[in-house]
Design a protein around this ligand. Structure first.
Ligand code: NAD
Ligand code: DAU
Length: 334
């Protein structure tokens, strides 16, 4: 098994690489990552000397590089993306470039090198926003993206499916809910709030804090991707969720309580533009067809996660100070 992982220096990609190297003695992983602000080779310090792991710094939009790398692998697992909704509201162009053009570049390389197996990691945000009593998203929910981020991911999903129908490319897609766990960039809700509180800083809740997300531990996401890559039906989409819907206020209260703090640490700030109200995933298909369901309860997962950020302060302090971008240069002597 030789896998090209894109975006493997980010949050989910780095957890996936660690998961795969632990699980499969015979796997080889090539990690193609541009090391944008979100990429951090320190996420992979634990595997960097593993003979089965190779890192390539480069852009998924670089057709020649991508073609050369794809030639040499059996499977592509595609995580690389611009992933933060707030950034997509401020400047959308890099989202279209990486998420749409980058995905197209990978699809072309997969097609031109003997139709390589291609798994695309996508998001539940492509389905839009649910009302409080609406049924959860499933594989038949119509696409209704509402942020530049989710629109660019929707575009990439459509391209992936088009390469299946047009060229017979053996693809699968997973649309996943909000992940949390170790190595998440501290601009996202949970790591931002935990790291702020460790430093005695307030936590900024957008609007009234009543937006709902369905939280999935990142290791469960990795096991779901592994299951889909090995046993998923070609051409199919699988929705992946955590069975853990919580409001942002509930998440904040859980974190505050775990850290022996109170509501005085909350600061209500202006709402996100076009803020999606609720996401929720119906796991029926992946459970019925592939026997996958989340194994980590939200209570266990959030306790472990808060503990991880307390124990790994250098990791996120280096990000907040900018030092993390020097790590690659030191490690690779550039
Ligand atoms: P992330 O922002 O932490 O990491 C993205 C990685 O992609 C970084 O290492 C970055 O350097 C790399 N990258 C960006 N542009 C690149 C380019 N042009 N070429 C090569 N590498 C590039 O993202 P994440 O949270 O780990 O998300 C990974 C994937 O999972 C994304 O496709 C995202 O849409 C999807 N997803 C994320 C979540 C979540 O909750 N985080 C949920 C569902 C789906
Ligand atoms: O649903 C899957 C998606 O989850 C992924 O596709 C995205 O890549 C990922 O970033 C995430 O998107 P969200 O926008 O849901 O995640 P974020 O952590 O940015 O925000 C979670 C909720 O918390 C959301 O309702 C906005 C709110 N929030 C966020 C931040 C950063 C706040 O109230 N305050 C904040 O400071």
């Amino acid at each position: 098994m030789k896998i090209l992982v894109t975006g493997g220096a980010g949050f989910i990609g780095s957890n996936y690489i660690q998961y795969m190297l632990e699980k499969y003695p015979n796997v080889t992983i090539v990690n193609l990552d541009l090391l944008t602000y979100a990429g951090n080779v320190a996420n992979l310090a634990i595997v960097e000397n593993d003979a089965r792991y190779f890192f390539v710094k480069g852009d998924i939009c670089d057709a020649k590089l991508v073609n050369d790398l794809v030639k040499d692998v059996d499977t592509i697992v595609h995580f690389a993306a611009e992933s933060h909704v707030d950034r997509s509201i401020m400047d959308s162009s890099s989202f279209v470039h990486t998420n749409v053009v980058g995905t197209l570049t990978l699809l072309e390389a997969a097609k031109n090198n003997g139709n390589k197996r291609f798994h695309h990691v996508s998001t539940d945000e492509v389905f839009g926003s649910l009302g409080k009593n609406d049924p959860a998203f499933n594989e038949s929910t119509p696409y209704d993206p509402r942020s530049p981020y989710s629109a660019s991911k929707a575009g990439s999903d459509h391209l992936v499916r088009a390469y299946f129908h047009t060229h017979g490319l053996p693809i699968t897609i997973s649309n996943c809910s909000n992940n949390y766990g170790p190595y998440q960039f501290p601009e996202k809700l949970i790591p931002l709030f935990v790291s702020n509180l460790i430093d005695g800083k307030k936590v900024p809740i957008y609007g009234a804090g009543d937006n709902i997300r369905d939280w999935l531990h990142v290791r469960d996401h990795c096991s779901a991707i592994d299951r889909v890559v090995h046993e998923g039906k070609i051409g199919e989409t699988y929705c992946v969720g955590g069975n853990a819907e919580r409001t942002n206020m509930q998440i904040t209260q859980i974190i505050l309580t775990a850290m022996n703090m109170n509501d005085e640490m909350i600061e209500f700030v202006d709402d996100r533009k076009g803020h999606d109200k609720r996401y929720a995933i119906d796991n029926t298909k992946i459970k019925a067809e592939l026997g996958w369901e989340p194994s980590v309860t939200f209570e266990e997962g959030i306790t472990q996660t808060i503990h991880w950020y307390k124990e790994n302060q250098k990791w996120w302090r280096d990000i907040k100070s900018g030092e993390y971008q020097e790590y690659y240069k030191k490690q690779y002597s550039v």
